[in-house]
Design a protein around this ligand. Sequence first.
Ligand code: UD1
Length: 340
Amino acid sequence: MGKILVTGGTGYIGSHTTVELIQAGFKVVIVDNLFNSVIETLDGIKEITGVKPDFEKFDLCDYDRLKEFFKKYPDIDSIVHFAAHKAVGESVRDPLKYYHNNLVSLINLLKIATKKNIKNFVFSSSCTVYGEPEELPVTEETPTKGQASPYGNTKSISEEILRDVAKTHDINVISLRYFNPVGAHDSILIGELPLGKPENLVPYITQTAAGIRKELKIFGNDYDTPDGYNIRDYIHIVDLAKAHVVALKRLLEKKNKLEFEIYNLGTGKGSSTMEVVKTFEKATGQKLNYRIVGRRPGDVVAVYTDASLAEEELGWKAQRTLEDMLKSAWEWEKKYRNIQ
Ligand code: UD1
């Protein structure tokens, strides 16, 4: 059995997936430029699994360095590709940074993968490709739209590139469209490490509870939803990570029906922002300081998945509840901040 290249493997989703891959018996080599992650994550992975994966620090936009890397690791037979910039707001301010990094790195990887006869490729996509969906729940058939952000565009364009390459080359691709991943590993040895002020809801909640932020601002309560707040499909990071192992095995065992397949990864249950806040308070016993403010530009009203295709085809289903997610996010925050 060959090695699995996990790009972005020290990042949030990458590190949790690396743990699941190692625990499933795979040999992993991580490439990460540590742009938005820390090397110490490897220690967490080692403590959980007993294995420190091979690690190489470089930028995937550097094609010569990538060629060197494949000389050193000739036995790689699959790629799970996470490495990308992911801050929506920043992508609006600096679109070229996003288009360059997210697309050039993918193209470089595909160029080398097709040369080296690597046949299996799992891609990290996002429900952001659906924009504001006309119908809920969202299925894989729901039309994708021009995106509100360059970040979203890079995900859609990446999928198109992968679709074309899978059509013409002997490479099989599964694109996983994540809904809203939250929480941390049960061991609390790895978790999400947002740099600076978080843009996402759950890290903002845990940092507010930890006293690092004064208050959580809730963006809008006048939406056309049952309680007036936005609705999202939050999914536990460990459930999400496990889906990558299942997807990779499907490719390795040649069970995929198409050369390019797409799966939505969510729980199938939408939760409103206020439900998240209330569930956090109930699950952790922490009173949250929050204030309702105006809408955040670019936010979609509601998005949650129909989770049936992943269950039917991959045999994968999210197991953990919103309460589990928020409890583990809080345990991670407490550990990270040394809160008793
Ligand atoms: C955002 C991105 C999405 C990306 C995802 C990655 C936007 C428009 N979308 O999704 O493209 O794939 O992150 O994780 O940025 N909220 C508050 N207060 C806060 C933060 C968030 O009320 O301080 C609300 C938001 O208005 C939203 C919900 O919480 O309704 C979830 O927000 P967030 O965690 O940022 O995720 P998305 O906006 O769904």
